[in-house]
Design a protein around this ligand. Structure first.
Ligand SMILES: *Cc1c(COP(=O)(O)O)cnc(C)c1O
Length: 821
């Protein structure tokens, strides 16, 4: 491992030494998150200020876990960090970046820097697959491409490496220079220029200009003018390797011919014509593979060798999937990548799972070379120990060699020689009520375990993209003024998307409050280990016991229920129980009407039963510009109520009124907190937004039929065939939540990305689609009901309803699959 003394680090980042500890300690690891510490004594913690949290708040937690070197940008109390070195800088993020750049500077190997709107991670992973037998490669883990991710990626460069491959992603102006300074690419790769607005730019020119900054010092730039969307390439004196259809390109793509399973390419390189076959047919994969081809040809990989490797390219799965297992287990299937970095990411995901007290790993030997073996397995053992894993199921002999001696005694360890052996003995392990991470090298085919471990259900799934939800939380947070807190509305099974699965993520991302509709929803969250404060909006008197037993905070909305709850508290001997006061300012659903305020104040005045946590109201038409005067009047009434309550109680409390549309449209009404609901899932009804659609409902084709004119489809013969047709029956119906009124051509689904209208009426468990115009449809093919390419809004509009109803109406028999990208 490379390491630097604290002395050196202090010099590199130009820090002022506030407190001196052991300045000679070798530092090997950079840490930015107190939950992710690999080897504390040899780590330096950078206290970063992000939109999410202030790293300075976690210094003490890191000290407790053994870190002894800190880089800070705020004055901190060093008296509780007796043995630590504290280095003060003006900006901790810059310090992290400077240190990474310094590290990078010590290597004079080729480094590929990749940027573009799409495909960065795929191109990086494929280049790795294509080049890893010729080079010892350091690369960004998953898609670590941000201001923080890039320094952490580049830090992985070690003396034995002969090639670096790093990706750079930016979301606004002026971010690329820092990344260019850290990566210092010698080979620049540009993948694709996409839509400017989604990424926070005014127009495509501006975006391209910014991305181009990555390449300022590169010695060659590899890209296709065809994918720059008609935007002029900034002029540059750097050598360029252009590829594309036009014959002026150095690598000319003469023809692209798509067959059913593969794509045939004819290309011209150095005056010679070559044929290449790619093992996929979709546009994006073909383009990414051609980008990789250009890079490999530049690196002088012979075309014949490249052809063989291209045929072996594996789809890149950047997902960590959370699935329901048998015997109340939760499964995380990450059986497709097996390096140390992805292992750490998967372990963090495992650690987020609070719903089980036990966490386990099924792990095979990793694909590492012999020189790296000992270091890799030692690091694995440390990671397992620091992530509170209780059980390790090891498959393979190499891993066993290290694990049998080194795993801490607190970990129960079972060893198997092969995947087959494990499959035979699986029942003996008695896996039950635990979160299980499955991870290993491809050659072990641990994915064979999945059907044995998974709960078998119906083939219609609702996929929930946890990374998109995390992105949306961040984006919403960026719209808030400093200090405004965030309450997440997780009622109705989080709008149909899940309970603890979503709440775990929200807790992890530092949301301040949760709200549910009913007490039992709150109880379920508590049982799954959620510790955030939880507001219950509709508490009934029969649930008061549950509220107090599970530390749930009721909304007081009427005089009757306030009296009942006060009575209950008195009887049970509770004082200062946390409550929330709901004011009716015009929604006229729940809440105290102005005429009731005097009596409400009497309940609050001078009594010690309630601790008022928040006072809130709900906007009736936050999304509607025609009703903005009404919205303002609601806010005025709300202000009045808050003033009265503050005077009466003398307590301080948080005020809040905005839901998602309020956050989007009324920034002046943020008060102390906002309540985000549907926006978490990227659905707002406003276009365009920076939010990402997080839900995708998918089903499969159960059967195909060739029908002739005169025949009919479905109940009451409503679907009339007018020309020779191909009809696909898919496994979703109104019992799953697909609205029955979408029958007879009103609704459509996507088959191979192409709209296929519903024909005939929607049945309880099945729906028929007309796929006559779509080539190559097979039984078992995936069908998208809604998702990133077909918005929930669109489906809702066609059904004459709103996205909320479609989302919360997806029935519980539809399997939920969670994944992180
Ligand atoms: C559901 C709910 C919200 C969230 O509304 P969205 O439009 O989904 O953001 C906010 N406040 C209250 C009181 C709610 O019931």
């Amino acid at each position: 491992m490379s390491h630097y003394s604290i002395h050196t680090i202090a010099t590199v980042v130009q820090a002022q030494v506030v407190q001196e500890g052991m300045m000679d300690t070798p530092i090997e690891h950079l840490c930015i998150d107190s939950r992710r510490i690999i080897d504390a004594p040899h780590s330096v913690f950078f206290a970063l200020h992000t939109s999410k949290r202030n790293g300075h708040d976690y210094i003490h937690a890191c000290y407790e876990k053994g870190i002894r070197c800190f880089i800070v940008e705020e004055a901190i109390d060093t008296s509780v960090l007796k043995e630590a070195t504290v280095l003060q800088v003006s900006n901790s993020l810059h310090a992290l970046q400077q240190l990474a750049a310094y590290h990078r500077h010590r290597f004079s190997i080729p480094v590929i820097g990749i940027t573009g709107s799409n495909g960065k991670t795929i191109v990086k992973e494929w280049l790795y697959q294509l080049l890893s037998d010729r080079f010892a490669i350091a690369r960004s883990p998953k898609s670590y491409n941000s201001q923080v991710g890039v320094p952490l990626s580049v830090w992985q460069l070690q003396p034995h490496h002969t090639l670096g491959i790093f990706e750079a992603g930016i979301s606004q102006q002026d971010e690329m220079e820092a990344l260019a300074f850290i990566i210092q690419p010698t080979i620049g790769v540009f993948t694709h220029l996409g839509d400017a607005h989604r990424e926070g730019f005014e127009n495509k020119e501006q975006k391209l200009q910014e991305k181009w900054k990555l390449f300022q010092k590169a010695s060659v730039l590899i890209y296709s003018p065809d994918v720059c969307g008609g935007v002029n390439i900034p002029s540059t004196s750097i050598q360029q390797l252009q590829w594309g259809k036009d014959e002026t390109n150095e690598l000319q793509i003469v023809s692209v011919k798509k067959e059913t399973q593969h794509t045939d390419i004819v290309l011209k390189w150095k005056q010679q014509t070559h044929h290449l076959q790619l093992p996929f047919t979709d546009e994006a994969s073909v383009q990414n593979a051609l980008t990789c081809t250009a890079v490999c040809l530049y690196l002088e990989i012979p075309v014949e060798v490249l052809q063989q490797k291209l045929l072996q390219l594996k789809p890149v799965s950047l997902r960590l999937e959370l699935k329901k297992g048998r015997h109340q287990c939760t499964l995380i299937n990450d059986s497709y990548s097996a390096d140390l970095d992805s292992f750490e990411i998967a372990l963090n995901f495992l650690q987020q799972q609070q719903q089980h007290s036990r966490r386990s790993i099924i792990l095979s030997d990793l694909a590492v070379g012999t020189e790296q073996e000992a270091a890799t397995y030692n690091a694995l053992v440390r990671l397992i120990a620091s992530h509170h894993v209780q059980r390790v199921v090891g498959v393979g002999t190499v891993l066993h060699h290290y694990f049998k001696e080194q795993l801490p005694a607190t970990v129960s360890y079972h060893a198997f020689g092969s995947t087959e052996e494990l499959i035979h003995q699986l029942p003996l392990l008695q896996l039950q009520d635990e979160a299980i991470l499955i991870k290993g090298a491809r050659s072990f085919e641990l994915e064979q375990l999945m059907p044995l471990l998974e709960q078998q259900v119906h083939q219609t799934v609702l996929e929930i993209n946890l990374s998109a939800i995390a992105h949306n939380i961040q984006s919403i947070r960026r719209r808030l003024q400093p200090g405004v807190k965030l309450m997440a509305m997780v009622k109705a099974f989080s709008y149909g998307s899940g309970s603890y699965e979503i709440a775990n993520l929200l807790q992890y991302h530092g949301v301040d409050y949760l709200a549910v509709a009913f007490a039992d929803e709150g109880v379920e969250l508590r049982r799954a280990g959620i510790r955030l404060p939880i507001m219950v909006m509709n508490p009934e008197s029969v649930t008061f016991d549950l509220l107090t037993a599970y530390n749930l905070e009721p909304e007081l909305y009427s005089l009757e229920m306030t009296a009942a709850f006060a009575n209950y508290l008195q009887q049970e001997g509770f004082t200062y129980y946390p409550v929330h006061i709901k004011i009716d300012t015009g929604m006229h659903r729940l809440g105290f009407m102005p005429a009731e305020w005097t009596q409400l104040l009497q309940w609050l005045q001078g009594k010690d039963l309630f601790a008022v946590q928040t006072v809130f109201s709900h906007l009736a038409a936050a999304e509607d510009a025609n009703e903005d005067d009404f919205t303002k009047a609601q806010a005025r009434l709300f202000d009045e109520a808050c003033t009265l309550i503050a005077q009466a109680t003398g307590q301080s409390f948080l005020k809040h009124i905005c839901n998602t549309s309020g956050i989007m449209r009324h920034p002046q009404l943020q008060y102390d907190m906002v309540r985000m609901g549907i926006g978490m899932f990227g659905v707002t009804g406003f276009e365009p937004t920076e939010l990402q659609e997080a839900l995708c409902l998918k089903t499969t084709v159960a059967q195909l039929k060739q029908l002739q004119p005169g025949e009919t489809v479905g109940y009451n013969r409503r679907g009339i065939i007018e020309q020779p047709s191909v009809i696909a029956t898919v496994r979703i119906g109104y019992a799953d939540g697909y609205p029955r009124n979408l029958g007879n051509g009103k609704g459509f689904m996507l088959v191979k990305g192409v709209p296929a209208p519903v024909i005939g009426t929607v049945c309880m468990d099945m729906t028929m689609l007309d796929v006559t115009h779509i080539a190559g449809v097979k039984e078992g093919d995936e069908v998208m009901v809604f998702g990133p390419q077909l918005s929930i809004e669109e489906v809702a509009k066609r059904s004459g309803t709103i996205a909320y109803e479609i989302m919360s109406g997806i029935s519980q028999r539809v399997k939920r699959v969670y994944f992180e990208e």
